[in-house]
Design a protein around this ligand. Structure first.
Ligand code: HEC
Length: 238
């Protein structure tokens, strides 16, 4: 085995293992910023693998690859858009798949850059990496997505505040069987750090109209006031 192959396999495997973390650890409610930095690490492994994939035999200037090297980072940034979280967070498997796509995009970005002109792969990989890192700090796609979420934020202000103490009682009676006594999860997903996924208005809307298999408990047995209370409790879970 050549060094190049070892580097390729090593970093591709590291990228794949890291991608599977949501499945391995069962999604321990990680905050958005470190999570995005994880994406940057995933992509770094992918980029190294992509650079290692390139051989001198491929060394012929090939303009169409530039398109690939430019488009892949763009797709990666779109995939990081917060508006997609809700869907992806539903299942650790979907999430791991999302990560694998990042690794694949990074491999292709670096390899395609090299195929265009040797050396460009390093530049395109660095570009992808820096976009991932700045996205973790809220630049790039994030502000646009925040803007998209503006109506939900407005609804947040209009959402009735709930009584957390009463919500706790209701939670024990109606929700704990699936979500665990302290929201640690069970048959239903963990609700710790739910506030990072859904704001108060979104939590209320979800409880009023959940997707199966979560049962609809509104308007019976929970009233609108009960929903506000239990949502306030859920939002307080850390
Ligand atoms: C029969 C089991 C069951 C009960 C009872 C139940 N849930 Fe759920 N809940 C689920 C399942 C399963 C999901 C995931 C559904 C999905 O993602 O499509 C879920 C999802 C949720 C979510 C969304 C989590 C996310 O992805 O952001 C919230 C919030 C929630 N439940 C709150 C509650 C509250 C509050 C109650 C009690 C009033 C409750 N649930 C009762 C099974 C249950």
């Amino acid at each position: 085995m050549t060094v190049r192959r070892i580097v390729f396999l090593g970093s591709a495997i590291a990228g794949i293992v890291l991608s599977a973390m949501p499945v391995i650890t069962g999604e321990g409610g990680i905050a958005v910023q470190p999570h995005h930095l994880d994406h940057a690490v995933l992509m770094l492994f992918g980029a190294i693998a992509g650079l290692a994939l390139y051989t001198r035999r491929d060394d012929r200037e090939s303009p169409p690859w530039l398109w690939v090297a430019v488009l892949c980072p763009l797709i990666a940034m779109l995939l990081m858009s917060p508006s997609l979280y809700a869907v992806v967070d539903r299942s650790p498997w979907l999430h791991a798949l999302d990560h694998l796509v990042f690794v694949a995009l990074a491999i292709v970005t670096a390899y395609a850059g090299q195929r265009y002109v040797r050396g460009v792969g390093v530049a395109s990989a660095l570009l992808l990496e820096s976009m991932a890192v700045v996205a973790a700090f809220g630049y790039g796609v994030a502000p646009a997505a925040t803007h998209l979420r503006a109506p939900a934020v407005a609804a947040q202000q209009a959402a009735p505040a709930g009584n957390v103490a009463h919500g706790k009682v209701l939670f024990a009676q109606n929700c704990a069987a699936c979500h665990g006594a302290s929201g640690q999860g069970g048959m239903g997903p963990p609700l710790k750090d739910e506030a990072a996924r859904k704001n108060l208005a979104e939590a209320q809307a979800w409880i009023k109209k959940p997707a199966p298999p979560m049962p609809m408990l509104y308007p019976n047995p929970l009233s609108a006031k009960d929903v506000a209370d239990v949502a306030a409790f859920v939002e307080s879970l850390k």
